[in-house]
Design a protein around this ligand. Structure first.
Ligand SMILES: [Zn+2]
Length: 231
């Protein structure tokens, strides 16, 4: 299908083997990946989608598997709107203290839940609380070809510091190649999100999915492109 899906998101997108763990990408181009964890949320996720849609911005949503079945229509819309869906485990446990087979069970159940709704499995994983380590990232990459996606900008919106503090943190810490962490389960995050996005857009930043940031095809094309089916 369309060439644009496989075209690099920006000329200096990383080439070569993708690292097992990614916090950001080295580039001088003004590209940012905005990410939302812990959804889908019954009301807030749709409001975020409206905010993004109004600005033609693509983001990445790391969903919790056991919430996918509760709001399949919202998950479907995330994909239909052209955003990325990543894997944020099945029940949001601390993966860093779990056995490998239990980690993979968390990941596989969520992958199947997302695939059941969208027809595609996530190609990226974000560990709840960032609780993972190099060995586990290597294990997950080898077993499921999923890189571990962390972040480089953290407004700590889950602490609910106020909508303006969240927006100001995003604006102050954004830089080329950054991965911004936010949560689509926190109402404060939405409050001044339009301001943060409009400010960064005015500064010349472009928002891309995490897959695009790391130089991959969009998540809905990656498995097909590599002829690799999730097992
Ligand atoms: Zn989380």
């Amino acid at each position: 299908m369309p060439q644009r899906h496989l075209a690099r998101a920006f000329p200096s997108a990383p080439k070569g083997r993708t690292p097992d763990t990614i916090r950001d990408v080295a580039t001088t181009e003004p590209v940012i990946a905005l990410t939302f964890d812990d959804g889908p949320h019954q009301t807030l996720t749709s409001q975020i989608l409206d905010i993004l849609d109004a600005r033609q911005i693509k983001a990445s949503f790391f969903v919790v598997g056991n919430r996918v079945a509760q709001a399949p229509d919202i998950v479907a819309r995330i994909a239909q709107d052209g955003h990325e869906i990543g894997n944020h485990s099945w029940s949001h446990p601390r993966l860093g203290v779990m056995q490998d087979h239990d980690i993979l069970d968390q990941i596989d159940r969520t992958a199947h839940a997302v695939a059941a709704v969208t027809g595609h499995s996530p190609v990226l994983m974000r560990p709840p609380y960032g609780d993972f380590n190099a060995r586990r990232s290597q294990m997950l990459r080898a077993a499921r070809d999923l890189p571990t996606i962390l972040w480089s900008v953290d407004p700590q919106d889950w602490r609910r510091p106020g909508g303006m503090a969240i927006a100001e943190h995003m604006i102050a810490h954004a830089r080329p190649g950054a991965v911004i962490l936010a949560h689509d389960t926190v109402s404060q995050t939405l409050r001044n999100l339009p301001l943060a996005l409009d400010t960064l857009l005015a500064q010349g930043y472009r928002f891309v999915t995490v897959s695009a940031l790391i130089g991959w095809p969009e998540w809905t094309d990656r498995r097909n492109a590599r002829g690799h089916a999730f097992g």
